[in-house]
Design a protein around this ligand. Sequence first.
Ligand code: MD3
Ligand code: FE
Length: 224
Amino acid sequence: MQKPAQSVTSDMFDGQPSMLPEQQRLTEGAMLLSGFARDTDQQLIAALNDVIVQAPFRHMTTPGGFVMSVAMTNCGQAGWVTDSQGYRYQALDPQSGLTWPAMPKVLSDIATLAALKAGYAHFLPDACLVNCYEPGARMSLHQDKNEQDAAAPIVSVSLGLPAVFLFGSLQRSDRPQRLRLEHGDVVVWGGPARFNFHGVAPLADGYHVVLGRKRINLTFRKAL
Ligand code: MD3
Ligand code: FE
């Protein structure tokens, strides 16, 4: 029997993901690398599981007294923390008093490679913030301003359930653009986009074959 005409387009792309736009400039300095981490997902998740055993996910409380809906942990030399004192990077996990787990090479490698592909050579992250979203979790519009090296880009890897990422301009009041980020998508933010406002819309419920009912985002930075 003949195939319905509808399947022609997907047949064209079957087995040829190179036909799809895998690199997309979002704004000056920001590059979406669609599916860049998809082939490495199992290695990334295995490495993450080691990290999470040593430094479990926790919901931090902001200086304003709000418990974050996103659960977090870190690996690398420096970890991002918030508490009644503010927001900062520190070498010790406040929950254990120990240093954060070392950043697994498979994690730093994908960040370095993605940055290179986006035009930032020699990106060596010293901090990896691991954000865990369950349905309903969100991150309100903010700027990342706690890092020492403003010239270094930030690399973000999305795993699990898709999310709507909001990215604005340098002014909070500008209406942000919405971007769907899926399992394996990587975004590199640098240059003029480095201090743009951004956030994540409340995670819609769903089930992902690899991660189940959650989304994990890895954010690689040069914090020190
Ligand atoms: C755009 N996390 O942890 S980082 C964060 O999906 C954070 O959990 C997002 O924002 C998340 O601070 C993804 C994406 C990101 C990071 C820095 C940016 C986007 C950016 C800086 C400027 C513009
Ligand atoms: Fe951020």
